[in-house]
Design a protein around this ligand. Structure first.
Ligand SMILES: Nc1ncnc2c1ncn2[C@@H]1O[C@H](COP(=O)(O)OP(=O)(O)OP(=O)(O)O)[C@@H](O)[C@H]1O
Ligand SMILES: [Mg+2]
Length: 371
């Protein structure tokens, strides 16, 4: 390969990178987008070294990063801090930029040589919100350029289409169901006809279910991530989650209807379109069945054929961004992949074997300075 090709899905809950190895396989790394300030005592310093936790020193302070922040939160009983909120950099968090830079560097590292490229996901701007995506994207662009990459932003919903609708010539609807936002994209032959975001997603479900039943939001989230079936909730918490999930799915269908009703955007389609969903919030069993049923009930402005979940939904956006990067001007790379194996890494066959990320991404451990 003559230059590096990487991608990043930068989300409120997870930052996920993807890259192509010399044998044309996609390799992923994932880290929680979180940090926690910790107090260094002798015992703590030993503990950090023994546990190989990821941490960084910023000024006088020490921070556990990513998954290590959650581990430390479990031990200390504190809540983690998040660099992002509602899909973009958290305006109330002064350390957001610096922490995100550390997390991104831990995943993609410095570019090796000339011509390295990194495509990264950005959300669409939610309705009636000030233009925060511009700042968010500008900061990520600078972080990647400082690391030596040519940085290119990809709409998150379009990345889902790259990942899941290759066999439909990148035509249809991609929905990324994340933590802070739901991103919707309508595309015809990879051309975006419309992209918008809805500012209700996984966090909204956790907060509302938690308030309804008087349980802490992080406990509710653990139940949600622990194998929830929306069609057969087993207890009070699961029942509350299922109720808010259904409400969210109905809301998403209504938002799309309102936006595309009477809109010229849908007149480009003669036949039915496919819908593909990705992201952590689309994972519970029953999600696609409820979405199908709500679409049937609604007077949806487009005829819908199949509604499906992307392969490896949590990794689909990073994979889609990578497909965008590979498709963009690397004919040498594509030839090399084609020579390697006949299933070339072209966008039309976007899914080479996936290697699951290691449970704990490796970052260079940093030494603790004790004053
Ligand atoms: N197995 C699961 N079942 C249900 N929800 C899950 C599961 N795993 C993760 N989630 C939820 O999915 C959300 C995270 O998904 P994802 O990583 O796609 O979001 P993100 O990209 O970080 O956020 P955003 O795109 O909104 O900025 C969180 O709300 C998390 O609780
Ligand atoms: Mg996301």
């Amino acid at each position: 390969m003559d230059h590096e090709i990487k991608s990043l899905d930068i989300g409120t809950m997870h930052v996920i990178s993807a890259s192509v190895s010399a044998d044309c396989r996609i390799r992923f790394k994932k880290i929680r987008n979180a940090f926690l300030k910790i107090h260094v005592e002798q015992s703590m310093s030993q503990f950090l070294k023994q546990e190989e936790l990821q941490y960084a020193e910023i000024g006088e302070d020490l921070y556990a990063l990513g998954d290590s922040a959650f581990k430390m939160a479990g031990i200390t009983g504190k809540d983690v801090s998040r660099p992002m909120q509602d899909g973009v950099l958290n305006p109330k968090e002064p350390r957001a930029e610096i922490i995100l830079k550390l997390l991104i560097e831990a995943l993609v590292g410095k570019a090796q040589g000339e011509g390295a490229i990194c495509y990264y996901s950005i959300p669409a701007e939610p309705f009636q919100r000030e233009k925060r995506v511009i700042y968010h994207s500008g900061i990520i662009h600078t972080i990647l350029e400082d690391l030596g990459y040519k940085a290119v932003a990809v709409n998150e919903g379009l990345a889902v289409i790259y990942s899941g609708l290759a066999d439909r010539h990148f035509t249809g609807i991609g929905i990324s169901c994340g933590c802070g936002l739901i991103n919707v994209c309508l595309s015809r032959k990879a051309q975006v006809l419309d992209a918008f975001a809805i500012d209700r997603a996984g966090d909204w479900i956790d907060d509302n279910a938690s308030k309804a039943i008087g349980e802490p939001a992080h406990k509710v989230m653990l139940v949600k991530e622990g194998g929830l079936n929306l069609l057969s909730p087993q207890d009070r918490t699961e029942n509350a989650l299922a109720i808010y999930y259904k409400d969210l799915i109905q809301y998403v269908v209504e938002c799309i209807k309102d936006r595309w009703h009477d809109s010229g955007r849908v007149s480009h389609f003669d036949g039915p379109v496919n819908i593909v969903c990705a992201g952590g919030t689309a994972l519970p069993a029953g999600f696609i069945a409820i979405l199908r049923s709500e679409l049937k009930k609604a007077r949806f402005p487009l005829r819908v054929d199949q509604v499906s979940l992307a392969k490896d939904p949590l990794y689909a956006i990073a994979r889609g961004c990578l497909i965008g990067a590979v498709n963009d001007g690397s004919s040498h790379f594509i030839r090399q992949c084609a020579a390697h194996r006949r299933t070339a890494c072209r966008p039309k066959k976007p899914s080479p074997a996936v290697k699951k990320p290691r449970s704990r991404p490796k970052a260079r451990p940093r030494r603790i300075k004790r004053s």
